[in-house]
Design a protein around this ligand. Structure first.
Ligand code: FMN
Length: 348
């Protein structure tokens, strides 16, 4: 089968990996209510297309924190790419560069952040949690700066690791399959994530130790978005971690409008969780996201065909976005507005 959309890659990818790894990548937490809500929420939003607009040229170039990208689609941070391909994150980074976009490298990458940086000319951001000591976290941020990473993405929805029941039943431990390449000399494992004590003071501290812009990933309420602004962040990612953390949360696309309204242009807003189609991206952009992050589909592309597979996933999404912009009568990103969307609760 020649894959023509992201779901085709999903099917092909399942055949390429052992069930224990597949379950780990696909799974959400507990009853997977949020995992499914992410897709359902996109499907419930309906588009209000305009016609007889000149759409002979569609413009998808944009910038994120001043960095030009070819399309408002970014590779989100996911741990352990060597789970599905021997080149791991280096292949993913090369694909992101070829597609003209940014990759956010997970701190739990299976190739070191220096190796990944050396494998690409493209812009990279680094995602981290705060680890068991501020010293370890601080050293890691300094390594990222020295290597040339352009922003720090602090994930804030992981005070405990979500209860991922597939992983529990399979007794999945990532370290049995792939290294935590960034922490070979340090006593860092994922275990401390179960006991993280992060507060807004951690964000203030982070700002004192780096000149890089800070983005918080995992915001779902306007209350927290406003606090993030007060604590000087450059961006936020509206995200429920692809349904892998607190089960039963609102989907990120449902959370987006009130966050956009509260932030009122004070920082850039990105979104992830459940993006599988160009129309999903169009909806997120129309509701105020500057760009979207892609999680699981990156693994699918990598498992099926390494760097070219990831590149193809990004190209497919870009092509679908371009086509849906044309069909919706929206030739530029700046023309996208909430009026393009009808929400289920909305009377027009
Ligand atoms: C296997 C896997 C590993 C992940 N690892 C991380 C991580 O290390 N750091 C992080 O902030 N988010 C991590 N995430 C969450 C993603 O960044 C993202 O929020 C989520 O996958 C988006 O949803 P989607 O998979 O529906 O696109 C991971 C997700 C998956 C599926």
């Amino acid at each position: 089968m020649e894959p023509i959309n992201v779901f085709d890659y999903e099917q092909l990818a399942q055949k390429r990996m052992p069930a224990v790894i597949w379950d780990h990548i696909q799974g959400g937490s507990e009853d997977e209510v949020t995992l499914h809500a992410n897709r359902q929420a996109f499907e419930r939003l309906r588009l209000r297309p305009r016609v007889l607009v000149d759409v002979s040229a569609i413009e998808t170039h944009t910038t994120v924190l001043g960095t030009p990208i070819h399309m408002p689609i970014i590779v989100g941070p996911t741990a352990g790419h060597m789970l599905v391909h021997p080149e791991g994150e280096c292949a993913t980074a090369q694909a992101a560069e070829q597609a003209g976009t940014i990759m956010i490298v997970s701190g739990f990458s299976s190739r070191s952040i220096e190796e990944i940086h050396a494998s690409t000319q493209g812009p990279l951001w680094l995602q981290l949690y705060s680890y068991h000591s501020l010293e370890v976290t601080g050293q890691f941020v300094q390594r990222a700066e020295a290597a040339g990473y352009q922003a720090i993405v602090l994930t804030v929805d992981t005070a405990h690791l979500g209860k991922r029941e597939q992983d529990i039943r399979n007794n999945f431990q990532r370290s049995r399959f792939v290294p935590l390449a960034n922490f070979v000399d340090n006593d860092v494992s994922e275990t401390p994530l179960r006991h993280l004590v992060d507060t807004w003071e951690t964000v203030d501290w982070l700002r004192t130790i780096t000149r890089l812009p800070i983005i918080l990933k995992g915001i779902l309420t306007p209350e927290d978005a406003l606090l993030a602004l007060q604590h000087g962040v450059a961006g936020i990612v509206v995200s429920n971690h692809g349904g892998r953390q607190l089960d039963g949360t609102i989907s990120s696309i449902e959370a987006l409008p009130e966050i956009v309204q509260a932030v009122n242009g004070g920082c850039e807003i990105y979104l992830d969780s459940g993006i599988r189609r160009g129309t999903d991206i169009l909806k997120a952009l129309a509701l105020g996201a500057r760009a979207v992050l892609i999680g699981r589909p990156i693994f699918w592309g990598l498992a099926v065909n390494g760097a070219p597979g990831v590149h193809h996933i990004l190209d497919l999404l870009h092509a679908e976005l371009t086509m849906s912009m044309a069909l919706a009568g929206q030739p530029t990103l700046s023309s996208l507005e909430p009026s393009l969307i009808k929400r289920p609760d909305q009377r027009m």
